[in-house]
Design a protein around this ligand. Structure first.
Ligand code: FAD
Length: 211
């Protein structure tokens, strides 16, 4: 848990391990009704004067929570970019298969230039995203993935993920709007990627500070 243990501002934040089983004052609220990401519950949790022993402090010193969070954020943001690349690649694959099979006006959808060009653009961007993310992973492993680069990966890959999902769904026509077609789930689950892990606007703020 991220908790305020001291003064106002970042220096008063600490990370604490809370054993919730049987803890007085701990309560689970309702599961929030999300539009997507149904494989992962998001629930209200209430901590009302829950007490923990001092040894549950994560790390050696109180007041280091904000710094600890900042140190882990590049990795979290890169993980979101990895998911974005996988989503883009799958959307392009599914849509390529579908548009070769589905016929309109007597020919496969893929034979319309709009379809082929849309998929050519999305496939190119998925490849660019993969190469950039692979490079970021190398930097993470080497211990020098910085906040600005991780923010670029998170913002750009998730933006492209949402665009890819939207344009691929469009090529499925009405079937794309049906839950039985996996492209609909890719579309609806993509949207959160621009919001969590720090919104893409906040990513741009972080990148802009480096200009
Ligand atoms: C399904 C789900 C799972 C989540 N999981 C986690 C989790 O595991 N851990 C966790 O810590 N959080 C999690 N979150 C929270 C998530 O990270 C936040 O919702 C997100 O960071 C945005 O914060 P906010 O909701 O307070 O939006 P707000 O800060 O209210 O932002 C609203 C809008 O204003 C914009 N905005 C805000 N400030 C600025 C600014 N300075 N300049 C320009 N635009 C700005 C934002 O970009 C956004 O568009 C989750 C959220 C959801 C929906």
């Amino acid at each position: 848990m991220v908790a305020r243990t001291g003064e106002a501002g970042a220096k008063g934040i600490s990370l604490i391990v809370v054993e919730t089983a049987g803890a007085d004052g701990y309560e689970r609220g309702r599961n929030l009704d999300k539009i997507g990401l149904h494989a992962s519950d998001t629930s209200e949790l209430f901590f009302d004067n829950v007490t923990v022993p001092p040894e549950n402090l994560l790390g050696k010193e109180e007041g280091q929570g904000f710094v600890q969070l900042m140190q882990q954020l590049p990795q979290e943001r890169l993980a979101l970019a990895v998911g974005a690349v996988a989503s883009m690649e799958r959307a392009v694959k599914l849509t390529t298969e579908y548009t070769k099979e589905r016929k309109a006006f007597g020919k496969p959808l893929m034979d319309f230039q709009n379809t082929a060009f849309t998929l050519a653009e999305r496939k190119t961007e998925a490849m660019i995203a993969r190469v950039f993310v692979d490079w970021c992973i190398e930097r993470l492993v080497a211990g020098d993935l910085d906040t600005v680069t991780a923010s670029m990966a998170k913002y750009w890959c998730s933006d492209k993920q949402v665009q890819t999902a939207d344009e691929c769904l469009q090529l499925f026509g009405g079937y794309g709007y049906m839950q039985e077609y996996p492209i609909s789930r890719i579309f609806i689950d993509s949207r959160i990627q621009k919001i969590y892990g720090g919104t893409n606007e906040i990513m741009k703020l972080l990148i802009a500070r480096s200009l």
